[in-house]
Design a protein around this ligand. Sequence first.
Ligand SMILES: [Zn+2]
Length: 358
Amino acid sequence: MIWHPRVQPWTKVPLTALLALVFGSCASTGQTVAEEVEGTPAVLATLPEDETESEAQAAEPTPIDSEFDFDSLVAVIRSEAAEPRERSVLPFGIVWTPAAPTEGSAIAFRVLSPRGGLEPEAVVGRFADGVVRFGRIGKEWVGFAAVPFDTEGQQQLDLEFRFGDGSMYRQAVDLQVAARDWDETTLSVAPRYSSPPPEVQDRIARDRAQFRAVLDHASPEWLLEGAFESPRPYDVTAEFGQKRTFNGELQSRHTGLDLRGQVGTPVHAAGRGKIVLAGDFYFSGNGVFVDHGLGVYTGYFHLSEILVSEGDMVDPGDLIGRAGATGRVTGPHLHWSLWVDGKGQDAGGLLGLEIPRP
Ligand SMILES: [Zn+2]
């Protein structure tokens, strides 16, 4: 009798499923006390440049030749099913700000190696169905987690530490996320913004594609150093997340935070980063995107003037433009945005985050 080996589905486990296995069974340890790291050399993280992309590639089925080759099958099983050896180490100190997280506001996690503990080469996390990319700032590992709308109650950060010898260690912490009451408002704008005419549809699609191309990419290291600052005096005229009805017909969610600003008043960079997109967009008007590294971006919109160019590095407080009333507005102001892991978050929450300096 001839044995006809069949390729079983489990031989092609996608990376997403492996990650679920890796992260699915972590026991929670609660918040641990951070300790000072002493005499340990800084090791730079080598996180994948784009987690989503590598997951997508890994999920592609491997074509199998009709001629069966047992050795190649074994090689495929070994390479895809192999998990790094798990080791036990002293637990890491994990702290976060804000201390009481809320729906819609990103969390900054800081991880410290225990005194005399083993230094990881990379740290990756998962929180609320998203990726938390960690990178070194000085002696600490720092990672931002997005807290999407409708995320509330007990949540878990699952961490995986990878060491130079190929081994790994897992740790998890539980934290409570509070729900928020969102404002509702009705607004009147020029009809071309509530029901855009057919001739601008291509432009709107082009703007969206440009935004996604920026926001779906995560730079491999932090450009950020130290705390964020408000780009204008912190005088909020419309909260992030506000539920809006434009001209009684178009319903949407406010994707940024509005700060008071007359035409021509200065707009400053909120944190250290690189200008990755600056241009004139249909709804957002003149806008600037700053990449802070590891999938964290801030945006500054409706500007009357842009004073930076793509590729420029900026520090907090640097003048990047002037407030205005370009795009879909009811009057001049600064619309300030934040994205973490591709998701819109409350930029105002950045001001309460503790971020170390190198
Ligand atoms: Zn706004």
